[in-house]
Design a protein around this ligand. Structure first.
Ligand code: SAM
Length: 264
């Protein structure tokens, strides 16, 4: 089946990279080295897969579209390419970590599932060396946003809790077929050392962050009413008249750890 014959499927967020210069730039940013263990999410028609394979001994891919899986199988032997068929949202990325060698993850991610896939991948952060993704620019801006900005929210806090992140460069719609309506960006995510800033109860941290951003215009006194009273705010030296968007990740972790310790 030729590239032209594959009808891009909207439900799988299929926008295939077609600009060779952009593809080269992305592969250079990933900088794959022989011997490394790397998994690509959503190989599609292989725009990134083949140049990645050229630099690696072996590559893993996770793909949901059966037609694309059949194409990949036809073209590449299992000795050099392992195809994991199915939904990346349910895939156990931890199963690819072998001999303690940390996993590298890359992909031009399907934009329709970007937030759930980022949260799913965050749960494997401890076993990952780095992740390099293409996503909608607007999502990347939210991922890397600083406190006090409009883009700063739950996604920023929960991902910055686990990763140091940087936006590398933007990719215009014309680099894809079919062209998406929006601008894309490449983001690199490197897990933070665990000891740096750890919540004793990560589910509680998630609930507190969700509450703090649930009603953006309200103050912490209101949004965190179920968790913190005036005495708690005073004990932590945090002004309850602030909005959640003003708090950095470390402050959210201090709040979560204070609530967890008090409830013990
Ligand atoms: N890597 C190719 C490229 O850059 O041209 C394709 C990128 S396209 C934006 C997203 C790819 O992810 C498609 O191949 C699509 O079939 C696949 N995909 C979509 N949803 C998926 C899921 N839940 N799990 C695994 N792959 C998925």
């Amino acid at each position: 089946m030729s590239e032209q014959q594959h009808q891009a499927r909207k439900r799988f967020g299929q926008n295939f990279l077609s600009d060779p210069n952009i593809i080269r730039k992305i592969i250079d940013a990933i900088r794959p080295e022989p011997g490394e263990r790397l998994v690509e999410i959503g190989p599609g028609l292989g725009a990134m897969t083949e140049p990645l394979m050229a630099r690696l001994d072996h590559l893993h891919v996770v793909e949901i579209d059966r037609d694309l899986i059949a194409r990949l199988k036809e073209k590449h032997s299992p000795e050099v390419l392992t195809i994991h068929e199915g939904d990346a949202l349910k895939f156990d990325f931890g199963s690819l970590v072998a001999d303690g060698a940390p996993l590298r993850v890359a992909g031009n991610l399907p934009y329709n599932i970007s937030t759930p896939i980022l949260f799913h991948l965050a749960s494997f952060a401890e076993r990952v060396k780095d992740m390099t993704f293409m996503l909608q620019k607007e999502v990347v801006m939210r991922m890397v946003a600083e406190p006090g900005t409009e883009e700063y929210g739950r996604l920023s806090v929960m991902l910055q809790y686990r990763f140091n992140m940087g936006r590398l460069f933007d990719v215009p719609p014309g680099a894809f077929r079919p062209a998406p309506k929006v601008m894309s960006s490449i983001v690199r995510m490197v897990p933070r050392p665990v000891a740096e800033c750890t919540a004793t109860d990560e589910d509680l941290l998630g609930r507190i962050v969700t509450a703090a951003f649930g009603q953006r215009r309200k103050t912490l006194r209101n949004t965190l009413r179920d968790y913190m009273d005036e005495t708690d705010f005073a004990a932590l030296g945090i002004d309850p008249g602030l909005r959640g968007e003003k708090l950095d990740v470390a402050t959210f972790v201090r709040i979560a750890n204070h609530v967890a310790a008090r409830e013990e």
